[in-house]
Design a protein around this ligand. Structure first.
Ligand SMILES: NC(=O)c1ccc[n+]([C@@H]2O[C@H](COP(=O)([O-])OP(=O)(O)OC[C@H]3O[C@@H](n4cnc5c(N)ncnc54)[C@H](O)[C@@H]3O)[C@@H](O)[C@H]2O)c1
Length: 423
């Protein structure tokens, strides 16, 4: 589909008939890029239906029979039960000839980032295997694909070896939010080190291309601003975040070890703060914290004095960048993130304004929420913003979503989930 197609209104939720405008003021009709002989473009509306669809329909609501895609569940309010069926039509996927269809392994594919990547790769017509131990991920994020002939889901911990024939490996398995990765610091290090070792071993044996999701945390609390890829970082090796930061650093070291020693074809994406639908609402990350608090009418909690800065990237921009990198010939690390920088205090204001706007459109009059300040936890970086010059030069990638549009998408998603009782 051409990017200049006239946009149709978005119909995901009640009163949601907006056209989504990108950073350049142009409507966003499709996501994905045509790069390096790999076309990853899909209509936004089709993708959006996958995460905005209700998890179930209510018995006798009259809407059950009309829902002809995805696994269907019917909720019976009279006895509080829910009944599932797999007998329904899957979302349409591109019909690719076998020569163009890739066998793609996504570790951590049931998590926030992984599930969006899986949706995109499935819609593009590839064969996708998800490997996940469901520590922070959930089957519900990808259950609309379970049973599809192109899809397989395997419960497996990447700390243990795993063998499968595949062409590409996206290695994402690792808890990403501080409460989750600090819950069992030793396990986080094992996942980063042994999990990456196992997946690199698999890439070596199958000659699959290997992409690892690294993080801006490898820069620690940076002394250089913004952070380019050749900055080596400023990390506390014994602090409470070290299990994640150092885990990812050693995972990168392993990746380049296999590249130099065994010619494994590697890609390293350094992801900066990303948010979007399906993000765990209670995982302590700032965007989900603020939105959930504002939707519940609670005060927004800012840790520290609110002057520390962050840049927030919307999930669809990240997936565009990851797919472009995987299919490019760039083996150096590449930062993928949004360069718009906000203080946490400013960001809290944006969230409270967007929530008030959505509530007003839905006819809800709620008092504006307040912002409260609490002490900063250990090793929280003061400033964080990517230098994305390399991504622009080698991938011809740049973020398209502006923060208000992305936050509104996420507010509508959480609001719909709350209305269904799923949050
Ligand atoms: N979301 C962000 O802002 C962000 C920023 C930087 C880097 N990343 C990286 O992206 C990747 C995905 O992050 P996310 O936000 O989707 O996190 P997430 O917690 O939602 O997803 C991680 C997934 O990995 C699975 N997993 C964890 N340990 C595993 C193990 N030992 N074996 C198998 N599966 C395991 C989890 O169950 C989950 O499905 C992570 O590698 C993370 O470090 C994310």
């Amino acid at each position: 589909m051409s990017a200049t197609t006239v946009p149709t209104p978005i119909n995901g939720t009640k009163n949601d008939s907006r056209v989504i405008l990108g950073k350049d003021g142009q409507p966003i009709v499709t996501v994905g890029l045509k790069r390096f002989g790999f076309d990853s473009e899909v209509p936004l509306e089709a993708l959006r239906e996958l995460y905005m669809r209700p998890q179930y329909v209510q018995a006798n609501s009259g809407s059950g029979a009309a829902d002809d895609t995805g696994a269907k569940a019917i909720y019976h309010p009279n006895d509080g039960t829910i009944s599932y069926t797999t007998l329904s039509r899957f979302p349409p996927v591109k019909f690719l000839p076998p020569s163009e269809r890739k066998r793609i392994l996504v570790t951590g594919g049931a998590g926030f980032v992984g599930s969006h990547l899986v949706d995109r790769l499935m819609m593009l017509g590839h064969e996708v295997t998800v490997l996940d131990n469901f520590f922070t991920g959930s089957r519900t994020t990808v259950n609309h694909w379970v049973g599809h002939p192109n899809f397989e889901m395997v419960r497996h911990d990447v700390v243990e070896p795993f063998m499968i024939e595949c062409d590409q490996i996206y290695h994402l398995a690792c808890p990403a939010s501080p409460p989750h990765y600090q819950y069992n610091a030793v396990k986080t290090i094992k996942t980063s080190f042994m999990g990456t070792l196992n997946m690199l071993g698999l890439a070596k044996r199958t000659k699959a291309r290997f992409l690892i999701s690294s993080t801006s945390e490898v820069y620690g609390d940076p002394e250089v601003h913004p952070q380019p890829e050749d900055y080596w970082g400023h990390v506390n090796p014994i602090g409470i975040r070290a299990c994640y930061d150092e885990g990812k650093r050693v995972a990168e070291t392993l990746t380049y070890g296999y590249h130099r020693q065994d010619n494994v074809d590697v890609r390293v994406v350094r992801i900066f703060n990303t948010y979007g639908p399906r993000m765990n609402p209670y995982d302590g990350r700032v965007v989900s914290n603020f939105i959930i608090q504002a939707l519940k009418g609670e005060d927004l909690t800012v840790y520290g004095d609110g002057t520390q800065t962050r840049s927030f990237q919307f999930i669809h921009d990240l997936i565009d960048g990851m797919i472009a990198l995987m299919n490019s010939s760039e083996t150096r690390p590449v930062n993928i993130g949004n360069t718009d920088e906000f203080s946490i205090g400013e960001f809290a204001e944006i969230v409270s304004e967007v929530v008030a706007k959505v509530q007003k459109e839905d006819g809800i009059v709620a008092p504006k929420v307040k912002i409260v300040y609490k002490p900063l936890p250990g090793d929280d970086p003061q400033r964080r913003r990517p230098d994305t010059t390399r991504a622009k030069e080698v991938l011809d990638w740049q973020p398209r979503w502006n923060v208000r549009m992305g936050v509104e998408e996420m507010v509508r998603y959480y609001k719909a989930k709350m209305a269904q009782g799923a949050l």
